[in-house]
Ligand binder design. Structure first.
Ligand code: ADP
Ligand code: ZN
Length: 630
């Protein structure tokens, strides 16, 4: 059952109220230390006659009072007691019989018992009953007041209760700019457009600019996605509303969706503005996955998010930024045009960027002259911004503990070692692993460079990202829709170049090439079965099952060819892959020296861009085509 959040909270309040009321009446009841027993009327009169009773109070039809001294009462003499285990009692209580007892008052006087009558409805009584309610109302007002402060909005009381927990950052409050975000030049450049738009939305629209509505920042944790989003808000000087998607899930049923709604409404009212949804994957996982509780709630929240994204009209000057380190698990609906259709990668920093990050975080620190941030940066491959900030803080702590008034290099070194030990295998590669990765990527790059009809190298890096230990990116010079056979063959050679390089240098291959092999196989299979590029089989199409776009596995299709044909297909695929591998081998054997040099350069620089690669090639002997090899 899903309810609107105000009712939910009301329900919670009532439950809380009943609980407190119970607690309170327990506290108001006579303390259990006063041993009290309820006794019958005749026993009471007997005790009165025996001069045991000191005083009595009449309240309604109940008489209660004290004995002169604790007296023992057998279990059958008492009707109820404060505790079963005790036998002697200081107090008593008894109920008057419905017929008037004319004997009672004279008897009390005769035995000199002080007697008091109390009105049943005296003021303290109702006040006592009211008190818990007053407390509750007080607490409620307090909660509402806090919600109001956080939301920064005016509105009805009930509206307040569903208020989102989004924090408001304005330029005044959080003046984070790009200066605080070190490195990430590419990401900054991509986000520049959004800043220009937010600064002057009308002008931008008038000039016919098309702004993305949603931008997805992806990258490992701690790389500064949140920081970047805040900086965009700071640069544009617009309010920043942030919420972590995992918060939605923790809430009561139905609250997630209403929070999303409130968040968007608030942002629209204060437009131009930025909404930042952290940990988008917490709500954005593909629907229909996951088990058990919370999952229904998650889907509801996701649906609300999708409908809010669709519900923007072109005049809403709101940009939604979201962050995730798992873009692969996101529901594809989130990535459709008009939603999060722009992807900005916030990658792990290379050593140059790490120097910049260290500089940012040591800006206000008294640094000794011997501190060399470049050395620290080079010694911390794989660390992200958050790790480096931790390292710098740790160094300051160590310096303080040593009573030093400056942070010195040896403090930095100690902090680094501590940080590294804490990181365990998070992404830590041994020197050998890094070397293998460097050789592997250098192999891809050199084969691509040597063979004709290949795309130019865009970037080579041995900074791990996602599943990959390193990446060699090629960028096609222009969009192509048709590929010819020699392009595809050479492309296979490039894909195999990594593995071949490992074999050439280490005389051994590693598991790092798994993804390459899968791609090669897919390509070869398509060439043979779909594009008719095998001479033996000719221009025929052989369906071998197609990859399901979402499930990532093959759908079985009925075979329309004989076992013999299947055998020939396998042979043809094998032959294509073999010839591609041979070409790669020839290239790398002919350029063995370059391969080693490039791997060394990669180890030193971690990533090399297109220009850097060109410069490397110019500075060394010319790359040789296999035919030129001696
Ligand atoms: P993410 O959102 O990607 O997990 P955060 O933005 O929360 O990462 O980063 C955590 C902290 O690490 C930041 O507040 C900042 O102090 C530091 N940090 C991360 N990246 C950078 C960077 N590029 N430059 C400066 N500081 C950074
Ligand atoms: Zn590879």
């Amino acid at each position: 059952m899903h309810m609107n959040s105000p009712w939910n909270r009301l329900l919670l309040l009532i439950v809380l109220l009943l609980f407190l009321n119970g607690l309170y009446s327990m506290m108001v009841a006579p303390p259990a230390t006063e041993r009290s027993a309820e006794i019958g009327y005749s026993l009471f009169k007997q005790l009165l006659k025996d001069d045991q009773i000191a005083e009595v109070t009449l309240e309604g039809d109940t008489l209660s009072g004290h004995f002169f001294a604790p007296i023992a009462l057998a279990p059958e003499q008492r009707i109820a007691t404060t505790s079963e285990s005790i036998e002697s009692f200081e107090r008593f209580e008894t109920v008057l019989p419905p017929v008037a007892d004319t004997e009672l008052l004279p008897l009390l006087e005769e035995h000199d018992v002080s007697f008091k009558a109390q009105k049943t409805e005296d003021p303290p009584y109702w006040l006592i009953n009211l008190l818990p309610w007053l407390i509750i109302i007080g607490i409620w007002l307090l909660i509402l007041n806090r919600a109001r402060k956080q939301g920064g909005l005016t509105g009805g009381l009930l509206n307040k209760m569903g208020e989102s927990g989004a924090k408001l950052y304005t330029r005044e409050k959080s003046p984070i700019t790009f200066a605080e975000v070190a490195g990430q030049a590419e990401a900054k450049q991509e986000l520049q457009e959004i800043i220009i738009y937010l600064r002057n939305p009308e002008k931008f629209s008038r000039l016919g600019g098309q702004v993305p509505r949603g931008v997805l920042l992806t990258g490992p944790p701690g790389t500064g996605k949140t920081l970047m989003a805040k900086a965009v808000a700071g640069e544009a000087g617009v309010p920043f509303y942030s919420i972590s998607a995992s918060q939605f899930i923790e809430m009561f049923v139905g609250v997630g969706a209403s929070r999303v709604r409130d968040l968007f409404n608030t942002a629209k009212k204060n437009a131009p503005s930025i909404i930042f949804v952290d940990e988008l994957d917490a709500v954005g996982r593909a629907r229909g996955t996951g088990l058990g509780g919370g999952h229904d709630e998650r889907e509801q929240t996701l649906n609300q998010l999708l409908s809010e994204l669709d519900g923007f009209d072109p005049h809403d000057e709101v940009i939604v930024l979201a962050a995730t380190n798992r873009p692969d698990v996101l529901d594809t609906a989130l990535l459709r045009p008009g939603r999060f259709d722009r992807l900005v990668v916030i990658g792990r920093p290379d050593w140059r960027d790490r120097v910049e990050i260290l500089k940012v975080h040591t800006r206000n620190m008294p640094l000794a002259d011997d501190v060399n941030l470049e050395v620290i940066a080079k010694g911390t491959p794989g660390m992200v911004g958050a790790d480096l900030r931790g390292l710098v803080n740790e160094a300051a702590l160590i310096a303080a503990r040593e009573d030093d008034d400056m942070v010195r290099m040896n403090h930095m070194e100690q902090a680094k070692d501590r940080q590294l030990m804490g990181m365990e295998r998070k992404l830590f590669m041994s020197d050998l692993e890094r070397h293998i990765t460097a050789v592997h990527e250098a192999g891809h790059a050199l084969v691509a460079k040597a063979l004709p009809h290949t795309d130019p190298i865009h970037k080579i890096t041995i900074i791990p990202r996602g599943q990959a230990l390193g990446i060699t990116q090629q960028l096609p010079t222009d969009d192509r829709y048709h590929y010819n056979r020699s392009y595809l063959l050479n492309r296979m050679s490039v894909m195999l170049g990594g593995r071949v390089a490992e074999a050439v240098v280490f005389k051994e291959t590693s598991t790092g090439a798994q993804n390459d092999l899968k791609q090669v196989m897919d390509l070869a299979e398509k060439m043979v079965c779909q594009w008719g590029m095998s001479e033996r089989l000719g221009p025929l199409s052989y369906p071998r099952g197609e990859e399901h776009p979402f499930l990532g596995r093959k759908l079985t299709t009925e075979k329309t060819f004989s076992e013999r044909t299947a055998w020939i297909i396998d042979q043809e695929i094998r032959q294509l892959v073999n010839s591609a591998e041979t070409a790669a081998k020839e290239v790398l054997n002919a350029n063995r020296k370059l391969l080693d040099l490039l791997a060394q350069r990669l180890l030193a620089e971690e990533s090399i861009d297109q220009e850097g690669f060109e410069r490397f090639l110019e500075g060394n002997e010319k790359i040789r085509l296999p035919a030129e090899a001696d």
